[in-house]
Design a protein around this ligand. Structure first.
Ligand code: GDP
Length: 420
């Protein structure tokens, strides 16, 4: 069966966890007896049962396993295996999308029908658009609190559709839901006879799955280089996750930014059998014919395919989340693929409020603002322009060990600004 990753976003308390809890319960995806157990605990503590508690209980359990990220849940339909990524805030969302730890192909965006659209509802919409997630279903949730009022639903839809259109998102559906009561989540609800669209579950199955980009040029950011001995033969394995394209033994690879080349000797699938071919989406490795110096942060490409960009000046579109404003004088760290590089802002071209979409010119960028900037890196790195190859054109910004922003590369610029 096919796998699909979905991210769920929305303003805090608008009902994300409740919706996910419902999806798990109504698709029988919970461990045996878990629902009853959580109900029982609630009763004992004289608390009303909440699907969100169910999710918390599951998260605690998963967090104890080493391999499972606490913010992921799994469920199945007849069509697919879903992984739903709960992104409680902007930072988690950016991190997931940029590092590739759990990248989403589609999104559910939750709005509280009673409270209406909040700033974060808009900001999350903006982030989806910036990161290229165009398959979005909007859930107008907590419909039980507004007596399943059709006009209320339509007003929210209208207002949000206007905003999303301005940032290039046309949702596949707007669904009136109640996570708490289960309306239109996995079952059509009798409370909304005026709604003839699909349930959330049906909508998920209607999303198109995007296959890993195997037909794009080969790109593998080097995660590490490991010494390895097999039958007295000393080798070094170049390891990483393949972002796009495919690679076979005997092919010539180029390492950027250095431009060094070598031929691939063997492919290594780690826990799998020796593969015939490495493909986008795999964590894998290979050995080389020649012993050339390769390090973490390099970008491996294939000779004869479109090259990546290599430069120390880039024009980017970034989303700032730092507590302190982003300013030109300070040094920050850019993480793109596995590369890490110090940089300063050369110019802030334009600043935009992600919630109101109002733009202006300023020499700092405040939290939750979006900015078009020119960055000057300490040394050249290899990447792609996001509109050419999204996977290797996204980055996060680190300020004092914390993720303080992220974005996409719009344009590779010349090392020196062109003379006037
Ligand atoms: P999150 O922060 O977006 O994950 O929101 P939660 O799922 O934790 O929900 C926040 C609060 O809203 C909880 O007290 C839920 O019980 C409540 N809630 C969530 N969905 C609904 C709903 O459909 N109807 C009602 N009445 N309350 C809901």
């Amino acid at each position: 069966m096919e796998d699909m990753n979905i991210v769920i976003v929305g303003h805090v308390d608008h009902g994300k966890s409740t919706v996910v809890g419902r999806l798990l319960a109504d698709t029988d995806s919970l461990p045996e007896g878990r629902l009853e157990q959580v109900r029982e605990t609630c009763k004992r503590n004289a608390k009303p049962f909440e699907y969100a508690f169910l999710l918390d209980a599951l998260k605690d359990e998963q967090a104890q396993g080493i391999t499972i990220d606490a913010a992921r849940c799994f469920f199945k339909t007849r069509l697919r295996n879903y992984m739903i990524i709960d992104a409680p805030g902007h930072v988690e969302f950016l991190k997931n999308m940029v590092t590739g730890a759990s990248r989403a192909e589609a999104a559910l965006l939750v709005i509280d029908a009673a409270e209406g659209i909040r700033e974060n509802t808009r900001r999350h919409g903006y982030l989806l658009s910036m990161l290229g997630i165009r398959q979005v279903a909007v859930l107008v949730n907590k419909m039980d609190l507004v007596a399943y009022d059709r006009l209320r639903f339509e007003k929210t839809v209208q207002e949000y559709a206007d905003f999303l259109k301005r940032i290039g998102i046309i949702p596949s559906a707007y669904i009136p839901t109640s996570g708490m009561e289960g309306d239109n989540i996995a079952r059509h609800s009798a409370n909304t006879p005026w709604f003839t669209g699909r349930t959330v579950l049906e909508e998920l199955d209607h999303f198109q799955s995007s296959k890993p980009p195997v037909s794009q040029p080969f790109r593998m950011p080097v995660q590490g280089v490991y010494k390895f001995t097999r039958k007295g033969d000393n080798r070094r394995i170049i390891a990483g996750t393949i972002e796009s394209g495919r690679l076979q033994a005997g092919e010539e690879v180029v390492f950027y930014p250095s431009g060094k080349t070598s031929r691939v000797r063997t492919l290594e699938g780690f826990n799998r059998e020796t593969p015939q071919c490495l493909e986008a989406g795999w964590a894998a490795g290979f050995t080389l014919e020649e012993q050339i110096y390769v390090k973490r942060g390099d970008l491996v490409c294939k000779a004869g395919e479109p090259r990546p960009r290599v430069t120390s000046r880039v024009k980017v579109n970034l989303f700032w989340l730092g507590k302190e404003p982003l300013v030109p004088k300070k040094e920050y760290v850019l993480k793109l693929g596995t590369a890490k590089m110090g940089f300063r802002i050369e110019e802030i071209v334009r600043v935009l409020d992600a919630a109101t979409l109002q733009a202006g010119k300023r020499d700092w960028v405040a939290r939750h603002e979006v900015a078009e900037c020119i960055l000057k890196l300490k040394k050249a790195i290899a990447f792609d322009q996001a509109w050419e190859l999204a996977q290797t054109g996204r980055f996060v910004i680190v300020d004092r060990y914390e993720i303080a922003g992220g974005g996409i590369v719009d344009e590779a610029l010349e090392e020196q600004p062109a003379p006037l």
